[in-house]
Design a protein around this ligand. Structure first.
Ligand code: HEM
Ligand SMILES: *[C@@H]1O[C@H](CO)[C@@H](O)[C@H](O)[C@H]1NC(C)=O
Ligand SMILES: *[C@@H]1O[C@H](CO)[C@@H](O)[C@H](O)[C@H]1NC(C)=O
Ligand SMILES: CC(=O)N[C@H]1CO[C@H](CO)[C@@H](O)[C@@H]1O
Length: 349
């Protein structure tokens, strides 16, 4: 072996050793074709600062908004891709995502915040410059940051869909809280997310609330054996009978802080949904949960990487889609509301 080759080999071994000591750096996912970090550098240089300051102020007034915004981005991306279709108000032409069952519990305040931010951006940079799907991605990131979580750079340049997702798309794209790991992995694998992404992204449940109806199957008729009995008793106080219309925190330890306590809960059998607790019950994901429960840094590193991945699912770029002027409605000409045949967009479904 030539000296330089052996030196290179030694350096590679050293680098590998350092990587192991530092706990395996997580590779950042590639940036999707058509997206870039500086997409609005010329057209709207203050875009990121405007979103950030809005989210900071609004979350200071209503801490639950951070959870609402994070979940909205997740629902957007998992259904038909990150194209802001989740924001469209229903129309006679088809069921909008908002009206499908899993969306019944999306927070109205989060929809309003996205519209308000988008209005501010239009005043600053003109109409149809910053897409609603990019606003969703940025607002989700900033919600994580103001809640105490990690920051990461968001690739930008998504465009908005002119078409609604069907109720079927919604039901197929969003797993229910009663799902176990095999079912969750089946849904995620269709959008190229793996078991590590599943565990990391589920960490979004470190903030926010869930309704009794989302986990009552674990309390009635008899308690789920994977549920800590003390914790089950407390949940029964909030949800004394089936069908109780109340909410409780997703992360019983630090409900409003974005940290790794969600995983500590799972290790202690205090996950709220079956889809949470099964991540620790199932051997395929258990060790990942244990790792994140032990190391907040490991969780944060993987979460940021998985969020960038999630944020690029089936994005529309370039000349695809449109940039909405009103995040709640697709752009149309001066059409009469009942006229759909002159709208090529409607032909998509
Ligand atoms: C993996 C499958 C997932 C399932 C089955 C699931 C299910 C749910 C359910 C049932 C709720 C509560 C709805 C209610 O009862 O009001 C909820 C809330 C929430 N989810 Fe998920 N979720 C999943 C993944 C995610 C991901 C990937 C994120 C973000 C990265 C996320 C973020 C949130 C947040 C922040 C809340 C609280 C929302 C609020 O307080 O308004 N979830 N989730
Ligand atoms: C259940 O939770 C209680 C209170 O947090 C704790 O003392 C107990 O050790 C837990 N039991 C199990 C089996 O994890
Ligand atoms: C945006 O679109 C929604 C749904 O069509 C509509 O109700 C709302 O008035 C629109 N907002 C503005 C400012 O035009
Ligand atoms: C937040 C939101 O848009 N919720 C809607 C979910 O669907 C129901 C039923 O169609 C609507 O009434 C809600 O406004």
């Amino acid at each position: 072996m030539a000296p330089s080759a052996s030196l290179a080999a030694a350096l590679a071994a050293l680098a590998a050793a350092l990587l192991m000591i530092s706990g395996c750096a997580v590779a950042q996912p590639p940036v999707a074709q058509g997206l870039s970090f500086d997409f609005y550098e010329r057209s709207c240089p203050k875009a990121e600062a405007i979103v950030r300051s809005f989210v900071q102020d609004a979350v200071r007034r209503d801490v639950g908004l951070a959870a609402g915004l994070l979940r909205l981005h997740f629902h957007d991306c998992f259904v038909q891709g990150c194209d802001a279709s989740v924001l469209l108000d229903g129309s006679a032409t088809g069921p909008a995502e908002k009206q499908a069952p899993p969306n019944l519990t999306l927070r109205p305040s989060a929809f309003k915040a996205i519209n308000d931010i988008h209005d501010r951006l239009q005043r600053e940079c003109g109409g149809a410059v910053v897409s609603c799907s990019d606003v969703l991605a940025l607002a989700a990131r900033d919600s994580v940051v103001v809640s105490g979580g990690p920051s990461y750079r968001v690739p930008l340049g998504r465009r908005d869909s002119p078409s609604f997702a069907t109720q079927q798309d919604v039901l197929g794209g969003l797993p229910p809280p009663t799902a176990t790991v095999p079912a969750l992995l089946a849904v995620l694998s269709k959008i190229n997310l793996d078991a590590t992404d599943l565990v990391a992204l589920s960490g979004g449940h470190t903030i926010g609330l869930g309704h009794c109806t989302s986990f009552e199957g674990r309390l009635f008729p008899r308690p789920d054996p994977t549920l800590n009995a003390t914790f089950a008793g407390r949940l029964r106080q909030t949800c004394p009978a089936k069908g109780t219309d109340r909410r409780t925190v997703l992360d019983v330890r630090t409900p409003n802080t974005f940290d790794n306590k969600y995983y500590v809960n799972l290790v202690n059998r205090e996950g709220l949904f079956t889809s949470d607790q099964d991540l620790f019950t199932n051997a395929a994901t258990r060790s990942i949960v244990a790792r994140f429960a032990q190391s907040q840094k490991a969780f944060f590193d993987q979460f940021t990487s998985s969020m960038v991945k999630m944020g690029q699912i089936k994005v529309l770029t370039g000349a695809q889609g449109q940039i909405r002027r009103n995040c709640s409605a697709r752009n149309t000409g001066m059409r009469m509301p009942w006229s759909i045949l002159d709208d090529a967009d409607s032909l998509i479904f």
